[in-house]
Design a protein around this ligand. Structure first.
Ligand SMILES: Cc1ncc(COP(=O)(O)O)c(C=O)c1O
Length: 396
């Protein structure tokens, strides 16, 4: 749709598909060569194989980020005649896709000399980025300070505090008000030594995480046999970084679509070929996605997108229940919006295609809403749950 911009070379070797055959050694002799091949086979009757990525994670939490499985969504694949694959980002050690961005913004601050041992990281967030940062900061010995709107639930505040963060709930005011939580985070960082505001929305180290890890993993896992990619945009680090990598490595062949919930301006902006940045109208039950502006993470890659898909909340909710019932996957609403977008894209592109999307996080933090009859009725979404699956809504 947009004129193609020159694609920079962003590839790097990925090693995830190389498998290593393991023999078992005892504590007395850790040298596997001590055993004959047949003895090893006898002790390893199931022929356990591990990928290089599954070896010991030397840096603990940090090295456990990424290299997530790519799951074939069986029912939706059968239904559409396509291969629909979901990247299991809920398997990251902090529980979401945002672990990747959290690690990269901290790493970037260290590399630029802005963060030294014992320093402080500041961010404005109420969601998964805060959780990812809390884990990364603990594992690296940094203090974490979080500013968030005081409309957020006590549960979110408690979770970040129990992960060691200092949390400041501040008045929920618009971005152009100096008291907005993002501006308070900036001022805090400016007022303290060895302290950095990681600025997830406009810090392109976020997008770089997906150029260097998520994109190459998807390419390696599909052996380059991927036709299309779709996911929603919050900061846009994921959609922009993966799109940039896949467009580069496939020389423009892989089609990339941004998925958008109601109340976000991205769909209108991309569909109008970048001419209209409409106003935010409506709202969505999804969390962590949807946007009122084009972030610095999205800006450089917006021209690479082939289009946008609008996904209503009813479709995302239907998919929450279908993924659980049909695939055994307990996923949050943004993941299910992505799966609904992958299904729509499969219908649009026709049978035989391989389509990849992102399973951002699990439903654990959202269960009191997504599986509550009362909440679903209040939001007008009860009818969106397929009748045969309503028994999963076990909460009143
Ligand atoms: C649950 C969830 N899904 C999706 C996203 C969007 O990811 P990105 O910020 O890379 O656009 C986020 C971001 O915070 C999130 O928390």
């Amino acid at each position: 749709m947009f004129a193609r911009t020159a694609l920079r070379a962003v590839t790097r070797p990925v090693t995830i598909n190389r498998t290593v055959r393991l023999g078992y050694a005892t504590a007395a002799t850790s040298d596997p060569s001590h055993f004959s091949a047949s003895a090893v086979e006898a002790m390893n009757p199931r022929g356990v194989e591990i990928s290089k990525a599954q070896r010991i994670a030397e840096d603990g939490f940090i090295s456990a980020i990424g290299n997530t499985p790519l799951l074939r969504l069986k029912k939706l694949s059968e239904e559409t005649g396509c291969t629909i694959l979901g990247k299991a980002e809920f398997q990251n050690p902090g529980g979401s896709v945002k672990d990747r961005a959290a690690y990269y913004v901290v790493k970037d601050a260290e590399e630029r000399g802005l963060l030294k041992p014992g320093g402080t990281v500041v961010e404005g967030t109420a969601g998964n980025t805060g959780i990812g940062l809390a884990h990364v900061c603990r594992s690296k010995g940094y203090k974490l300070v979080i500013f968030m709107p005081n409309t957020q639930s006590q549960g979110k505040i408690d979770l970040l505090r129990l992960l060691g963060a200092e949390v400041y709930p501040v008045p929920a005011v618009a971005y152009d008000n100096p008291e907005n939580y993002n501006h308070q985070a900036t001022r805090y960082a400016e007022a303290h030594d060895n302290c950095v505001w990681t600025n997830q929305f406009d810090n392109i180290a976020n997008r770089q995480a997906h150029i260097e890890t998520t994109g190459p993993e998807i390419w390696a896992q599909t052996n380059g046999e991927i036709d299309a990619f779709t996911c929603a945009s919050g900061t846009a680090g994921t959609i922009a970084g993966v799109t940039r990598y896949l467009k580069t490595v496939s020389e423009g062949r892989v089609q990339c679509y941004v998925a958008d919930p109601p109340g976000s301006v991205i769909f209108g902006y991309v569909s109008s070929h970048g001419k209209e940045l409409g106003e935010r109208k409506g709202s969505s039950i999804t969390e962590g996605i949807g946007q009122g502006r084009i972030t610095a993470n999205l800006q450089p890659d917006v021209e690479l997108l082939d289009g946008a898909l609008k996904i209503e909340d009813a479709k995302s909710i239907e998919m929450v229940y279908r993924c659980l019932d049909e695939e055994g996957l307990y996923l949050g609403a943004s993941s299910c919006l992505n799966v609904a977008a992958a299904r729509d894209l499969a219908v649009k592109l026709g049978p035989g295609k391989t389509i990849v999307t992102i399973l951002c996080d699990g439903a654990y933090r959202y269960a009191d809403r997504l599986f509550s009859k009362k909440w679903l009725h209040e939001k007008g979404l009860w009818e969106a749950v397929p009748e045969r699956l309503r028994s999963y809504a076990v909460l009143d």
